[in-house]
Write a protein that binds this ligand. Sequence first.
Ligand code: GAR
Length: 216
Amino acid sequence: MPKFQIAVLISGNGSNLQAIIDAANDPSYPAEVAIVISNRPDAYGVKRAEKAGIKTVVIDHKNYETRADFEVELQSQLTKQAIDLVCLAGFMRVLNAEFVELWRDKMINIHPSLLPAYKGLNTFQRAIDDGVRFAGCTVHYVVPEMDAGPIIMQAVVPIQQNDTKDTLATKIQQQEHKMYPAALSMIAKEKIKLINQKVKFDEVIEQSEILISPKI
Ligand code: GAR
């Protein structure tokens, strides 16, 4: 069976890209990274993609006068390949609604918070400052509104008293690296349906553990 073709869009380190590349190295993984696109020439993720022998394209947003011009080039690169799904993995450019609509239900993102809480930037410090007991990360479909859209998967990470934004980021990113390839695999295997803008799973996978923090 031909593998599900994905495009991964990055702006930086690319540790989530690496997690997807590593998962896709398993012959039984249902998806394959067809192209990596970075809007930053110096993104470390570009090196990761090249090392893995994946087609890599840099579209430096600074060379485009408008967001729309940048997106025309982005769309042109994506349509050169037969892409089934676009995965935003630390892609830090806002996308116009017109572009998002072109990839409606075919574009997902990973965000370092338990959405709909803590949209935007600096999510770890904001959660610590608010004194919440749990933080986490979310894989969701992309809609024109930023950090919104149907939620596919979430991981919950308890915040410990001595956590700093850096220790919390490390713990959350470890979960991201497990969750993004897993969510992607579910989509590739068609185990997910979008019904009325909510994600439904073919099989009911129970999450039985209830977490209380601090532990009682
Ligand atoms: C990840 O933690 C991801 O959740 C976050 O950027 C990081 C990228 O790391 N994304 C966002 O904040 C999007 N709103 P990576 O480049 O090492 O994968």
